[in-house]
Design a binder for this molecule. Structure first.
Ligand code: ADP
Ligand code: MG
Length: 657
């Protein structure tokens, strides 16, 4: 942003106050008039001292001149332009580019080095880092602080700290240096050194306004203004003012070189660096804040992985059972179709796109070998093509043939669990087992299937369909059967054809047909819903993490009010402060999000070793979503605290301790 040049006709004065008043209203509602009609004009290049008793309004006046505060009434023009015509960004521009503040208490950021403190105004001016650094070092050099550049304020003497703050005031040019009792906290030696420095700055063309108690100090100035009870009681030249006017710096609308590339916080990297630094200052707190987000993200992605795993498992089980099939069931009512093996033959022969048909013949029976019983075995009446159709090969021996089925041969093929139970240490082939007192010759065993949703799928015995129906169950009709289609894309047409064939044979409404693909879709939807619920539960943890961030950020803003004041006084825009705190919140939550993902996957791995049957599937999507949610949480929950920080009034923030 570059401020437009002052519009008013060029006035002789750089700073002009007309009947300026400032009335503070205390919390109790009492009005305290700190300035009661001050009129004053200061020309560019003047060196002015302001004296007066404590409480006479000197600091108030200084804050108004430096645009840290606004007059209650009266007019303040700078470079001929009314300060009321500047918006908040314009005022920040004035603080950044025109004024340089030197405070009695130095007001350096305690966690930043001398050099970094000096750089601050240039960060907000958008100066690139290399140039910022070299200018800061050059200023420190000219103030005799070369070897102190990387010291923290606490490692510097008062005089050194004050010179660092002078360097900061000069960083963006410092056309008007405002110093509020700068020597107040210094010993007399450092004090007179500092005053000599101000004199030198004045000679170089800076406009210098110094508040002081010290009469000797005031002697250095061109002009001495005395305040009493919020009014100017005397304004006397101490030397020739002519000198000042001659050497005056160019007026306000001539920009300094370099300092004009003002942009919002130079770049995001700068903001992230600042955030990292302030997060490092309080590691325990940062860790605890992180923890909330970590737990949130870890639980979201673990929950989603469990849900996703369940979904894959369901799809897998249905697909392994055959997604390419239609299930035909007789209706439950009185009109129930009485299907026969002839119906199955007819479907096979007459309906196109049918790969095979399979009768639904199953019952839970006890199998006996010798004197060992195996209860609750699923005895399935099947066709000879079952192993092919269901992708379930035999492990040993053979499956029965079509001939076995047609001739009601009493043979059986056993599932792996039944073999385990009845033949723990012998070969079952060639042995006879009893089902319902009918001896059946074991001619084969099935490979082990494993299984979860449908229970133990290996607890099974296959018997030829007709053998089962007639010899074991004593029934000629079937409850239902399955139709496998060749081309699943045509499954709807096949379903219609099967329907019309069976309606012709048994009548309408006597049976139902289920489509496996539809069933699979419905199941997947149901599981997806469950996954969402799990995810939502995880999100609650994330929400709690977010509230943690907000809480910490609110505390942090309160604690760092003074820092915010310093930043505002050195020219930060509201948006810079907002961005700074938002970035802090987002850095915490993003780092927490990353750690959360790692921990979530770790927990997943651990759970899997403890509960091997638990299916978990970590896919990229939930991680991206959880991470974005975490960063978004920082953004959302960091916003209110950041906005509170950005809205602070510079003087109020500086007065905070
Ligand atoms: P000086 O700097 O000359 O000591 P100040 O400008 O700080 O004086 O204060 C002038 C008067 O305004 C004092 O009476 C002081 O108590 C009052 N004052 C200053 N700041 C505030 C404030 N934020 N709220 C209420 N009264 C204030
Ligand atoms: Mg004061």
């Amino acid at each position: 942003m570059r401020e437009p040049p002052a519009h008013a006709e060029q006035s002789d004065s750089l700073i002009e106050l007309e009947d300026v008043r400032r009335i503070y209203v205390t919390e109790g509602g009492v009005a305290v008039p700190a300035l009661r009609g001050v009129s004053l004009s200061v020309r560019a290049g003047e060196f002015v001292s302001i004296v007066g008793q404590s409480g006479s309004g000197k600091s108030t006046l200084m804050h108004l001149i430096g645009c840290l505060d606004q007059p209650t009434s009266g007019t303040y023009r700078i470079g001929g332009r009314d300060v009321r015509s500047f918006d908040p960004n314009g005022l920040a521009w004035l603080r950044r580019e025109v004024f340089g503040f030197v405070f009695q208490g130095y007001n350096l950021l305690p966690t930043a080095t001398a050099e970094e403190n000096v750089e601050i105004p240039a960060i907000y001016a958008g100066l690139p880092q290399a140039r910022r650094r070299s200018r800061a070092l050059q200023l420190l050099h000219s103030l005799g602080l070369d070897d102190r550049a990387d010291h923290l304020p606490s490692q510097l003497s008062g005089g050194e700290q004050q010179r660092v703050s002078v360097a900061r005031a000069l960083m963006n040019g410092g056309r008007v240096i405002l110093a509020d009792e700068p020597t107040g906290a210094l010993d007399s030696g450092s004090g007179s050194e500092l005053m000599a420095l101000f004199e030198e700055l004045s000679r170089q063309g800076h406009t210098v306004i110094v508040i002081t108690h010290d009469a000797v100090v005031a002697e250095h100035a061109d002009r001495r203004i005395e305040l009493l009870d919020g009014m100017i009681v005397s304004d006397t030249p101490t030397r020739s003012i002519a000198r000042a006017a001659q050497q005056a710096q160019p007026s306000l609308d001539t920009p300094d070189d370099g300092a004009q590339t003002a942009s919002s916080l130079a770049d995001t990297w700068e903001a992230v660096r600042m955030a990292m630094r302030s997060l490092r200052t309080n590691p325990l707190r940062t860790f605890l804040t992180l923890l909330g987000v970590v737990i949130g993200v870890a639980s979201v992605i673990t929950m989603l992985a469990v849900g996703e795993g369940a979904k894959e498992r369901v799809v897998d089980e249905i697909t392994s059972a055959g997604a390419n099939r239609l299930s035909v069931w007789r209706d439950g009512g009185r009109q129930a179709a009485r299907f026969t093996f002839e119906d199955l033959d007819a479907v096979m022969a007459e309906v196109p796109n049918v790969e095979s048909v399979m009768p639904e013949l199953r019952g839970n029976e006890t199998l006996r070998y010798g004197n060992v019983d195996r209860e609750d075995v699923v005895v399935m009446g099947a066709y000879h093509d079952y192993p092919d159709a269901d992708n379930w090969p035999v492990a040993s021996g053979v499956f029965f043939s079509e001939q076995d089925d047609r001739t009601l041969t009493p043979v059986v093929v056993l599932g792996a669990s039944v073999v385990d139970a009845l033949f723990p240490d012998g070969d079952p082939l060639g042995k006879y087992v009893l089902i319902k007192n009918t001896p059946l010759l074991v001619i084969g065993t099935m490979t082990r299937k494993g299984g979860w949703i449908q229970g133990d799928r290996d607890n099974v015995a296959f018997v030829p369909a007709r053998t089962s129906a007639i010899r074991l169950m004593g029934q000629k009709t079937l409850w239902g059967f399955q139709v496998r289609v060749e081309d699943t894309n045509l499954i709807d047409q096949t379903e219609a054809a099967v329907r019309s064939l069976l309606e012709a044979r048994h009548g309408e409404g006597t049976f139902n047909i289920f489509n496996a693909i539809e069933m699979q879709e419905q199941m997947s939807e149901a599981v997806a819903m469950a996954t969402m619920i799990l995810g939502a539960i995880g999100s609650i943890a994330l929400l709690v993490g977010g509230i943690g961030i907000m809480n910490i950020m609110l505390i942090s803003v309160t604690e760092r009010t003074r820092e915010i004041g310093i930043r505002l006084a050195t020219g930060a825009r509201r948006s810079d402060i907002l961005v700074q705190f938002l970035v802090e919140a987002m850095v915490v939550s993003a780092v927490g999000g990353l750690i959360g993902i790692v921990i979530g996957v770790g927990i997943g791995g651990l759970l899997k070793t403890i509960v091997p049957d638990l299916w978990m599937s970590f896919t990229g999507m939930p991680m991206i979503v959880a991470f974005s949610c975490a960063a978004g949480t920082g953004l959302v929950f960091g916003f209110a605290p950041a906005r509170n920080a950005a809205r602070l009034n510079p003087v109020d923030a500086l007065a905070h301790d």
